[in-house]
Design a binder for this molecule. Structure first.
Ligand code: BG6
Length: 301
């Protein structure tokens, strides 16, 4: 990918430009009076997002590698066409291939209200068909303004029906995990991956005090990450998703990951807008599905 060519075709003034980011990965830089954001074209991966006057809402590991083919640890990886392990072949990459592939730019826009929009596209090829046999087009649209919108749109271009799962695997930055409560999931049932997939029910707002890996079922509710330390509240709204995943690896699992600092689990939590478990998406030829998350910041009461 030639940055010069891409800039000639898609840059918008000094507000949306393409640069060689960390590790030389081609990266879009969005910056104007409303917000700034960076998006790696590998994985159509939002790496940072900062609404005006705020620090980065998204967490990024200091040890993240920025290498071709390796998912970035932090920001918003796109998990697709399957979430977590492949349902019947664990030798296939966890969370699918979308986060490891280079996406192409399909459009950039400055909207009338000044929000900046970057649209990227991924289509099947011989390599994706080795892992997943169907023909598809996926578009990932990032709209950066005082809120961040991320939309994954999937179109079935095959002659057969396919099913897929996925997630906008959002990592959020927090002052300290001990200061954080997540609300919005009260009453929802969940699969507790930490205790061997037991089915449980969330009774109260969620405080994270140990390894947490949960798939909340049948919920379309907004979640709020209330952070007493920074007196800030992040709202995560969504559409086209009935699953919310909450993940924090805690000490031991964090230490076992090469791209995750030993103590960094204290400064992050993932609240993921997902289609997973019983929320599998089935698309007949020509059908489309959209899953969207909207992330915004509110000052805590
Ligand atoms: C979460 C899963 O969404 O992603 C966890 O629920 C998983 O089980 C985590 O460990 C991170 O996955 P990866 O492949 O990015 O290390």
């Amino acid at each position: 990918m030639k940055l010069e060519t891409v800039n000639r075709q898609f840059a918008i003034d000094k507000q949306l430009t393409f640069v060689a980011g960390p590790g030389g990965l081609p990266t879009a830089q969005l910056k104007n009076r409303l917000a700034s954001a960076t998006v790696a074209l590998q994985g159509a991966h939002v790496v940072t997002y900062q609404p005006q006057g705020e620090s980065n809402l998204l967490w990024l590991s200091k040890l993240s590698q920025f290498k071709p083919g390796k998912a970035i640890r932090g920001g918003i990886p796109i998990c697709w066409p399957w979430f977590a392990n492949h349902p019947d072949d664990s030798s296939k990459p966890a969370h699918g291939f979308a986060r490891n592939r280079l996406w192409e730019i399909s459009a950039t826009r400055r909207l009338p209200d000044d929000r900046l929009q970057l649209e990227m596209k991924l289509e099947d090829d011989a390599k994706t068909r080795q892992l997943w046999p169907w023909r598809f087009t996926a578009w990932l649209t990032v709209t950066a303004g005082s809120e961040l919108e991320v939309e994954l749109r999937i179109s079935n271009r095959d002659e057969k029906t396919f099913s897929c799962s996925g997630a906008l695997h959002s990592y959020f930055s927090v002052s300290d995990i001990g200061n954080v409560t997540i609300t919005g999931l009260e009453g929802a049932g969940y699969i507790d991956k930490v205790s061997g997939d037991q089915l449980r029910q969330q009774q109260e707002p969620l405080a994270i005090t140990g390894e947490t890996d949960r798939i909340y079922l049948n919920t379309s509710a907004d979640c709020l990450i209330e952070d007493q330390g920074w007196n800030r509240c992040i709202r995560i709204a969504k559409q086209g998703s009935r699953t919310t995943v909450v993940w924090n690896p805690w000490q031991e699992k964090a230490a076992a990951m090469a791209d995750f600092g030993n103590d960094e689990y204290r400064n992050m939590v993932c609240v993921e807008t997902a289609n997973a478990a019983d929320d599998l998406i089935t698309l007949a030829p020509g059908e489309e599905h959209r899953m969207q998350t909207t992330i915004s910041v509110e000052t805590a009461d």
